[in-house]
Design a protein around this ligand. Structure first.
Ligand SMILES: *Cc1c(COP(=O)(O)O)cnc(C)c1O
Length: 364
């Protein structure tokens, strides 16, 4: 047994730490923004039959172009968006989680000698994937309360002249909405790829336009989505993006052949055939999120406005102590490293109640 430091590892990886949200066996896990409702039984039955069919030809490599899956994803996006958008199959890319989609993006458009601009606090994996692909991570500041105005964002682009810009809408870990005007301003200011990570798009208020509506005429714009959150499919690993077909051609250059297994493709297609059923818990989750905003404030904490399925709250005197106290009650939430803040996922009504009850009984 040797240590990492003794290995001939890439110099730029020395001293880095891997993504490490604690994975603990607890009764109430509200730490990684999963949908805490299981997949409905009728969908489980349908997916099971689809996977069984796929198993009968698993001696063969899967469809490298995951054609049926791209068709389903394009159809879903074309009906799910609040804006009248049509997304074609040629505009879709998918991989094992949107993390891999983002990795493909940086393999193609980032890499050594190139920069990606992000706006922390934001999704921690953005900087980690930058490091893994040898892309230099540079950062811009946010405005008050984690907002990001068109002027602030465009000024950061002017200052850094990045090859890639990562936006996150709504932003993780803060829940902050991002205006389409900011996305458009960043696009205008930049010469590179602009990716909007919309992992939580389904939790936005009904009727709010999403970044898909900005795609027409913007060939450097990329909108990333996932089945890990609203779709309750985190364990299946399916993320995707929509962009100009030329961007998709670029991603083909860096993906490994057959990166999406036949079983993943079959499961995701079958699940998407039941999209409305898969998404029927979204309203209930939004309700618990809004309840968290009200009740956390009632307990004297300072929750931040959220359009996602989680709430970041300030006013925590000792985040580590509160985290440990909840854990002692079998409740796992997230310390995202922001002073005096913690983040909690909106779970089922019962999970939310128990979380709030334990907090209420705790001396602050
Ligand atoms: C959870 C999350 C993802 C999802 O990643 P997957 O690899 O699809 O599970 C992507 N982006 C953000 C901002 C997230 O919070």
């Amino acid at each position: 047994m040797t240590s990492l430091a003794d290995l001939p590892i890439r110099d730029d990886l020395r001293g880095l730490t891997p993504y490490g949200a604690p994975q603990k066996a607890v009764r109430i896990a509200l730490n990684v923004n999963e949908n805490t409702h299981p997949v409905p039984d009728e969908v489980v039955a349908h997916v099971t039959r689809a996977v069984e069919r796929a198993l009968r030809s698993v001696n063969r490599y899967p469809d490298r172009e995951f054609t049926a899956l791209r068709e389903q994803l394009a159809g879903y996006l074309s009906t799910a968006s609040a804006s009248p958008v049509t997304v074609a199959r040629e505009q879709i890319w998918a991989a094992n989680g949107s993390n891999e989609v983002i990795q493909h993006l940086l393999q193609a458009f980032g890499g050594p000698g190139r920069t990606v601009l992000g706006f922390p606090p934001t999704y921690s994996m953005h900087a980690i994937i930058a490091a893994g692909t040898g892309t230099t991570w540079v950062t811009g500041q946010r405005d008050a309360d984690f907002r990001l105005s068109p002027a602030t964002a465009a000024a950061a682009v002017d200052r850094h002249d990045p090859d890639v810009v990562f936006l996150c809408a709504p932003n993780n870990p803060t829940g902050t909405p991002l205006g389409l005007d900011t996305i458009a301003a960043v696009y205008e200011a930049s010469r590179g790829i602009v990716m909007v990570d919309e992992a939580y798009a389904e939790f936005m208020p009904a009727g709010e336009p999403d970044a898909l509506s900005l795609l027409p005429g913007r060939e450097r714009l990329v909108v990333s989505r996932t089945m890990s959150k609203a779709f309750a499919f985190a364990g299946a690993r399916l993320g995707y993006l929509a962009a100009d077909p030329a961007v998709i051609d670029a991603l083909r250059l860096v993906r490994l052949p057959y990166h999406l297994s036949a079983l993943t493709q079959a499961a995701a297609v079958a699940a998407l055939e039941h999209a409305p059923t898969m998404l029927r818990t979204v309203d209930a989750i939004r309700e618990q999120r809004d309840r968290l905003l009200v009740e956390l404030a009632g307990l004297g904490y300072a929750p931040h406005a959220s359009w996602a399925n989680f709430v970041l709250f300030g006013g925590v005197a000792d985040p580590q102590a509160t985290f440990e106290h909840l854990l002692a009650h079998d409740i796992l939430i997230r310390d995202v490293g922001l002073p005096n803040h913690l983040r909690v996922t909106a779970g089922t009504p019962a999970e939310t109640t128990e979380f709030l009850d334990v907090l209420a009984r705790m001396a602050r």
